[in-house]
Design a protein around this ligand. Structure first.
Ligand SMILES: [Mn+2]
Length: 461
């Protein structure tokens, strides 16, 4: 990895001009910010483009770009054999293009693509290091002084849920974390891992927990208020509502043990409690101190075609935060509109092995997955069936599907359901076992649902 990073660093130093292409999610925005800062510090002319995915248009834009070098972050590994130009550096963590691996050993006609990807070095790119992490490795090879960007790689890893499986960062992410802690840029602590410890008030913090489900608290605001009152924890401080980060040590310990007891199983307790990460340069309650909240803010920028605002935040522009908060408020309004749209119109249809709704062009394709997940956890839907959602997109119909973890134990794997079923109707798909997606031709939804049901019924035991 270090040899490849040095090679990439050499190509970057030698280039007269650079185009950075990165993904629109939190990992992509932090990766793009690391790349852009690296180039700015070198005094190199550069341009940055954020992309939703590596479409055919993106590939031809890259192949035709006038810059000497294209630095592709958090994208690109799956498309290496589509690049036909010299001067490409890819710092990504997605599974590499299999054709590239074959050709690399036979023909060696890809010598101009410098590919820095954890899968090549025997690491698991879904958990051990993210796109921002790989970009950081190259940035530091360009100049060791870029070590101060390591905290962005931690935010990127949290954005890609790389800390979810073990309730803490693992693998190479821990190497980066140790650097970040050593420089005093990130603080890691053992704490309750529910979302919103800096910005949500205490009731919302517990009420919107979701994973794990806390009996009597999840989706029950009054229950949360009673629970906190029972522990002698006040919800407000003067006129201000308190957040989880406002609790003193003693209050936090009391609340934590009560929550762990409520969680019930050791597995739920393990998901509830683990490591949390704070970006020390940002103050409490700013929305940027907790790494997960920072990543969520970046994601909300990306979802509204405004990844650039996210990048301005990462690069230290204070006015960008106000713009991003406007994005986030819009995001919340969109989600709540989408939820009531699906509920009020009773859009959910139930089939034997799946439930689904078709949102047409009423819900943005970039948030329909979140809406599907929230519907699954609401009282308008069944928990024991996967929830699938359709939304119109530029290049076809976007499909998002979510399932309760209990179905995974029974053999469900939504990633393979989506890739197989989409492939059979002329689309493509993939993802994770509990959350996956696809893009399919709009006129083949019914056929697609039939195939999805067939595959799910054969998976479940
Ligand atoms: Mn990523």
């Amino acid at each position: 990895m270090e040899a490849d990073a040095r090679k990439a660093a050499g190509m970057i130093r030698d280039a007269g001009s650079v185009l950075v292409v990165s993904h629109i999610d939190a990992d992509g925005i932090t990766a793009g910010s690391i790349a852009a800062t690296t180039l700015a510090r070198l005094g190199k002319p550069y341009r940055i483009r954020f992309e939703k995915k590596m479409s055919e248009d993106t590939v031809s834009m890259i192949n035709g770009a006038p810059e000497d070098l294209v630095w592709i972050c958090d994208l690109g590994s799956g498309y290496l054999s589509d690049f036909s130009r010299p001067g490409i550096v890819v710092t990504d963590h997605h599974v590499p293009d299999p054709r590239w691996r074959r050709k690399q050993t036979v023909l060696d006609d890809f010598e101009d693509v410098c590919h820095v990807n954890p899968h090549v070095y025997g690491m698991d790119g879904s958990r051990e290091v993210c796109g921002a992490g790989m970009t950081y490795v190259v940035s530091k090879a360009v100049d060791p002084a870029n070590a101060d960007l390591c905290y962005l790689a931690i935010v990127g890893a949290c954005g890609d849920f790389q800390d979810s499986d073990e309730s803490r960062l693992v693998g190479y992410n821990r190497v980066i974390l140790a650097e970040a802690e050593g420089l005093g840029l990130v603080l890691s602590e053992e704490d309750v891992r529910l979302f919103g410890r800096e910005t949500r008030n205490l009731v919302q913090f517990l009420q919107y927990s979701g994973d794990p489900v806390l009996p009597g608290l999840t989706e029950n605001g009054a229950g949360c208020a009673d629970f906190l009152a029972g522990l002698g924890i006040s919800l407000g401080d003067g006129g201000r509502r308190r957040s989880w980060c406002d609790l003193d040590d003693e209050e936090r310990e009391r609340a934590t043990s009560a929550l762990l007891e409520l969680a019930g199983t050791p597995e739920a307790a393990r998901r509830l409690f683990g490591e949390v990460y704070s970006v020390t340069m940002h103050r409490k309650g700013s929305g940027l101190r907790d790494a997960k909240e920072f990543a969520t803010l970046l994601n909300s920028c990306g979802r509204y075609d405004d990844a650039e605002t996210g990048m301005r935040i990462c690069m230290g522009d204070p006015s960008a935060l106000r713009d991003a908060k406007r994005n986030r408020a819009e995001h919340r309004r969109n989600i709540s509109y989408a939820l009531s749209y699906v509920k009020d119109r009773r859009l959910i249809r139930e089939r034997r092995f799946i439930q689904y709704f078709d949102s047409g062009d009423e819900i943005r394709e970039t948030v329909v997955g979140i809406v599907a997940g929230m519907m699954l956890n609401s009282d308008s839907a069944r928990r024991d069936l996967p929830m699938l959602a359709f939304a119109d997109a530029d290049d076809g119909t976007k499909v998002s599907v979510r399932a309760d973890r209990s179905l995974i134990e029974r053999g469900l794997n939504l990633s393979s359901v989506m890739s197989t079923a989409a492939g059979l109707v002329g689309g493509y798909g993939g993802g994770h076992n509990v959350a996956a997606g696809a893009t399919i031709p709009p006129d083949r939804k019914e056929e697609f649902l039939d195939i999805v049901e067939d595959i799910i019924s054969s998976q479940l035991i």
